[in-house]
Structures are given as C-alpha cells and as structure tokens.
Design a protein around this ligand. Structure first.
Ligand code: SF4
Length: 142
C-alpha cells in the first residue's frame, strides 16, 4: 500500500524530472533573484552556470558551490516564477534543490543543516523544505 511518504517522494521525483527536461539554463530566474546580492559567492556569477549547478544537485551530484549557496539563500520571494520563459517554477526548483541538498532524498547532505538521523528526518526535511502551496497540494493528491 502506498503511504503519504511514497506519494511525497513520487511528487518530488516527478517534479525533478519535469524540471530537468524543461529548464534550458537561460539563467533568467537567477538574474531576477533579489537574494543573490547578499552573497559574495554569487556576485557577478553567470545565471546559466548557477542554474546548471542546481540541475546537477537535482540529478544527485554535488552541483557547484554557487548552486548550493543559492539554494541556501532562497527566501521564496517568487520573483523568479514569472521570469521563466519555459513555464518551469524556479521557486519549486530551488525547493527541490534544498530537499536534495539536505540529503532528504537519500543522497549526500550538501547543506550544513543536512541529515543527522536519516531515518527520522528524511520525511520531515522533505515536507518542511517543500512548503507546498494549496495548488501544489491539490496536484500532489491527484
Ligand atoms: S528561468 Fe526557467 S528555464 Fe531559465 S534557468 Fe530559470 S528555471 Fe531554467
């Protein structure tokens, strides 16, 4: 029998797969992000390169230090959502990157507050990092 945790991870996997197909790494979401100016690691970086690192994290690699930094910095301003010409939700992309970087999908933790007890925190990390909107919850339950 499929549990809520199974459904959650299916949702995560489905959206990661969709993002990996649709994102062209144009970098427009990074360029409009109001948070990048608050990090010396991100100043002057090419948005396409940083997003390519995000896609790397989503593929289960270590990504890049800049991608991990942008993942850490995201405050969900949502400025990136209308900026995407490919109908990707970059804010969700960053949340998926955060979930992955926390080690919540089973890979190596890339963020400092990553997994401590993977058996206990895996589901909690995933749920808390997702912070689903009502529309996304409706999609998850479809
Ligand atoms: S704006 Fe959209 S297509 Fe461009 S890098 Fe960001 S998520 Fe990918």
């Amino acid at each position: 029998m499929e549990t809520k945790t199974d459904e959650l991870f299916a949702y995560i996997e489905r959206n990661i797969a969709r993002t990996l197909v649709d994102c062209t790494t144009c970098g427009k979401c990074f360029d409009i992000c109001p948070m990048t100016g608050y990090s010396d690691k991100l100043a002057g970086k090419n948005g396409g390169d940083v997003v390519a690192g995000i896609l790397g994290i989503l593929r289960g690699t270590a990504g890049t230090p800049e991608a991990v930094e942008w993942t850490r910095l995201c405050t969900q301003s949502a400025r990136c959502i209308p900026a995407c010409p490919e109908n990707v939700n970059p804010m969700l992309m960053l949340r998926l990157s955060r979930i992955t970087a926390l080690g919540s999908t089973g890979g190596e933790a890339l963020l400092p507050d990553g997994k401590r007890d993977p058996h206990f925190f895996r589901r909690i990390n995933a749920f808390s990092a997702l912070q689903l909107s009502d529309a996304e919850i409706a999609e998850w339950h479809r």
